[in-house]
Design a protein around this ligand. Structure first.
Ligand code: FES
Length: 497
């Protein structure tokens, strides 16, 4: 019997993104019933859905690696392959039983209706109807293998991951294995309220409305008696236990909801991605991460405070908030527009800032963030970068991918030289790997004019949210040209660097 699934569960099950499914719905290949899709329709579109394709096996391996000590694993548990196979077979058996029960339920239901509408039925007649119905049930054809397979994978995924719905936004995410609710929600692109990430501050307090959670990490913060009795827990130290959990969570709606922070980080790597740009990778301590929204900026400093010291620079964060420990920045060699950061940049390019060194990060700043309505991206996304404007744009794109937006994305990256597109491989990789994502490099001695001309060629520009980032004077010219061409100001979001 066909079941109805939410779009996000269908995506989880088939291993494709919600955006792909949404596109199929728009193109009429998949029917949506109030946001739900049927397993029959899914199977006809993705007949090869199987355990390997969903990545569930790999996920299970890593989950189990995290969860059990090596010694216990070797002595007590079967091998990963055996465990996977057994779970899969168990899922198939459960699916078979469910279908069998459904057939008996239909038989009894039909018989009951028959008795209601024909009160004079004799016991012999009822027995005959029952025998006939049973014969039909027992002769029912075996389910098609694909249906069996899909049901089995669904059953297995329910064992391996929990589905969490967040109130009041209605957003959803999955918790795999023993990961905490905070980690899973960040990975899914949510912006819950949190601070230390380590059970000390109490800022990630959330209320369990339905379902069961369990503490998996130590916490020093003590919830009060009334808080406990109302169902509050700490997202950074609890995981979901039941297959469906509903939480009431305080989420950041705008950049103003994120507090200013100073975090001491360590330099993980200094990569010269072109003659003019260095990609700086910083890592925060586990106990003190940087909370920010995609597209925001931060001040990097060589002294401990990051505030008012001699060598510092303000740069856009180029990574996704879904990985709040690993922060990336694209630092240009010479930034004449920002003389204050010239010393920082010179030290970095001069090799004086090395892996292992401490840097302070102070921020986050700015409101160049994804426009959402009720937490959801509602319009197609057009990203336009000039030179190192790619940094905040990369953060926004990674965040949009994490939230699995159903809207299409176009990236245009302009520079006066090929070398200015210093991470073109990354842009091309997105375009190759993702449905609904297009990438257009724009190399021209007049990058602003060329970028604006390319943007105006986009068929859906007027219906899109446009995100524009790059050197401030170039961005101001591009903005003026786009507004003069009729783009609505509220659809244009810009970040001058
Ligand atoms: S984030 Fe500080 S206690 Fe959870």
């Amino acid at each position: 019997m066909s079941q109805l699934l939410t779009l996000s569960r269908a995506a989880h099950l088939t291993g494709v993104s919600r955006a792909v499914l949404q596109k199929r719905v728009r193109e009429g290949e998949l029917t949506s019933f109030d946001g739900m899709v049927s397993t029959d329709d899914l199977l006809s579109l993705f007949p090869d859905t199987c355990l390997e394709d969903t990545g569930a096996f790999e996920k299970m391996v890593s989950i189990r690696d995290d969860a059990f000590a090596k010694r216990l694993r070797e002595r007590v548990l079967p091998t990963q392959e055996v465990l996977s196979q057994r779970l899969f077979e168990q899922g198939q058996e459960m699916a078979e039983l469910r279908r069998h029960l459904t057939r008996y339920h239909s038989l009894i239901d039909g018989l009951r209706k028959h008795i209601d509408t024909t009160p004079a039925l004799s016991a012999t007649e009822i027995a005959r109807l029952l025998d006939e119905g049973l014969a039909v049930v027992l002769a029912s054809p075996a389910p098609v293998p694909a249906q069996k397979n899909l049901d089995a994978v669904d059953a297995m995924l329910k064992v391996m991951s929990s589905h969490v719905t967040v109130k009041p936004s209605g957003r959803e995410f999955y918790v795999d294995g023993p990961e905490t609710l905070l980690k899973a929600s960040l990975r899914a692109g949510l912006s819950p309220n949190y601070g230390c990430g380590n059970g000390n501050c109490g800022m990630c307090k959330a209320r369990v409305v339905d379902g069961e959670v369990r503490q998996v990490a130590n916490s020093d913060y003590v919830l009060t008696g009334p808080e406990k009795s109302q169902g509050y827990m700490l997202m950074c130290s609890c995981t979901a236990v039941s297959s469906n959990v509903v939480l009431e969570v305080l989420e950041a709606g705008t950049a103003e909801d994120i507090p200013e922070q100073t975090v001491m980080t360590k330099v993980r790597s200094v990569d010269r991605v072109s003659d003019e740009v260095i990609r700086l990778h910083l890592q925060t301590p586990r106990t003190n991460r940087l909370r920010f929204l995609a597209g925001q900026r931060a001040t990097l400093g060589l002294a401990s405070s990051g505030q008012g010291n001699d060598s510092h620079g303000e740069y856009s964060i180029a990574s996704c908030p879904c990985d709040d420990r690993n922060l990336l920045f694209h630092i240009p060699r010479l930034d004449e527009r920002r003389p204050a950061s010239a010393d920082f940049s010179a030290r970095l390019f001069g090799g004086q800032i090395k892996p292992g060194q401490e840097l302070s990060v102070w921020g986050p700043w700015g409101d160049f963030v994804l426009a959402r309505e009720n937490g959801i991206v509602v319009r197609p996304l057009v990203f336009a970068a000039i030179d190192t404007g790619f940094a905040p744009i990369a953060s926004l794109i990674e965040h949009a991918l994490a939230v699995d937006t159903e809207e299409s994305m176009s990236l245009l990256w302009a520079s006066a030289t090929e070398g200015g597109l210093y991470l073109a491989n990354q842009a091309r990789a997105w375009a190759e790997a993702l449905d609904g994502f297009s990438y257009q490099p724009v190399v021209s001695p007049a990058p602003v004019e060329a970028l604006v001309a390319a943007l105006l060629q986009l068929p859906n520009l007027a219906a899109s949210d446009v995100y524009l980032a790059g050197p401030v004077e170039l961005i101001e010219s591009a903005k003026a040209a786009l507004l003069a061409a009729g783009l609505q100001p509220e659809r244009l979001h810009s970040q001058g660097l």
